[in-house]
Ligand binder design. Structure first.
Ligand code: ACM
Length: 386
């Protein structure tokens, strides 16, 4: 589809609005990978050229801008989206136009599209290990709180099933709007304090996530006593929340900035050289970075931006990512990923506590009985930052 000497790719990440804090980190990850690929000579001697639009965290805009990228800009490969509601807007567009869409965010699962490569964790790669960890470390009485859209509601449905398989109990389930202020969280936090769960499972995203942790601290909440466990509270949110409100809380993700490996040190060095900081390096940033590299390697093989040819070249392809080795599963277009659990220390840094031994095969429809799957059990991490 490209018309110039460069390979043009579309980027749809919001740099304004409620999820901009995390989407900016995804955009940076994608741009960094593009820079690295171009610095190494491009793909078949031609550079990648990003064409980037800001959907402003407005769900309908993602679909409109995907259409614009494909039809007006004549770009058939798009990286983008954080919220599942935004992905659901892009999905019919890329399917109708037969474009290729890379989605690098953890999500609720129960989806497959031949036009999408899924690079974030699905529930068997994060929720199941987290459920095991919470129940064995803190207890079985869990309270759910989420932003009010598809990912939190579906993710909680899955988490409820998983917890109940393991004898857990859901003490409450509350949803709050995406633009909720710290004051808006006060009534839910008061209820949590009254119920006194062993842990809270939060699917609150974006700016709301920051406001929630602050409201929890303001009500006397302490993560070292009653942790908030999340899949979406990344380093960028923790930096905004502040160490005092974040200490003790838990996140499950394939990647943490604190991973102590040569590949991660190289990634952080490269990120710092381009952006002058590493404070907003997150698992979603790393996934976007990784997906661009996987795409470029596939394009090197095909030499053309044809959706079917690229799709074929992507299936089964692996990459030595900052998190460790990842691989696109030819069974379902999702990605084998690492699975780690970390808590926030007093400096506001994630300390990796547990890890699943091997990369976890994605099971987006949770076909395997989840909680009893021994391969999803995490083990204590001995070496710091493993
Ligand atoms: C999400 O909405 N998939 C975080």
């Amino acid at each position: 589809m490209e018309t110039s000497k460069s390979w043009r790719v579309g980027l749809l990440f919001s740099t304004t609005g409620v999820t901009s804090i995390i989407e900016q980190s995804q955009l940076n990850g994608a741009l960094l990978a593009i820079d690295e690929i171009n610095a190494a000579g491009g793909v078949r001697g031609r550079p990648l050229e990003p064409v980037s639009y800001d959907p402003g965290s407005v769900v309908a805009r993602y679909g409109q801008l995907a259409e614009q990228l494909i039809v007006e800009d004549k770009i058939g490969v798009i990286f983008g989206c954080y919220m599942s509601s935004a992905r659901k807007e892009v999905l019919p567009v890329v399917e109708r136009r037969n474009a290729l869409f890379f989605y690098g965010t953890l999500y609720e699962g129960f989806e497959y599209s031949p036009n999408v490569i899924y690079g974030g964790a699905c529930p068997n790669q994060n929720s199941v290990p987290l459920a095991n960890y919470l129940m064995s470390t803190y207890g079985k009485r869990i309270f759910f709180i989420g932003s009010d859209y598809i990912y939190p509601r579906e993710s909680n449905r899955v988490m409820r099933n998983v917890l109940r398989q393991g004898g857990g109990e859901v003490l409450g389930e509350e949803y709050i709007s995406l633009d909720a202020s710290e004051a808006d969280f006060a009534p839910v936090v008061a209820r949590i304090m009254q119920v006194q769960p062993d842990a809270i499972f939060s699917t609150v995203v974006g700016q709301g996530c920051i406001n929630f942790y602050r409201a929890f601290l303001a009500a006397g909440g302490d993560g070292r006593v009653m942790p908030i466990a999340s899949l979406t509270t990344n380093e960028a949110e923790i930096a905004a929340i502040g160490a005092r409100a974040a200490v003790g809380h838990i996140t499950a993700a394939p990647y943490f900035r604190s991973i102590n490996s040569a590949a991660n040190r190289l990634f952080l060095k490269s990120y710092a050289a381009k952006f002058g900081r590493i404070s907003d390096v997150t698992s979603c940033c790393e996934a976007a970075y990784t997906q661009v590299h996987l795409f470029a390697a596939a394009l090197e093989e095909t030499g053309e931006m044809d959706t079917e040819a690229l799709h074929e070249a992507l299936l089964g392809r692996s990459f030595d990512a900052p998190q460790g080795q990842v691989k696109i599963d030819p069974d379902n277009n999702h990605t084998y990923l690492q699975s780690r659990i970390a808590t926030v220390d007093q400096r506001g840094e994630f300390v990796i506590k547990n890890k699943v031994r091997r990369p976890v095969k994605p099971d987006p429809y949770l076909v395997s009985p989840a909680i009893h799957d021994w391969s999803l059990r995490t083990q204590k991490v001995v070496a710091a930052g493993e």
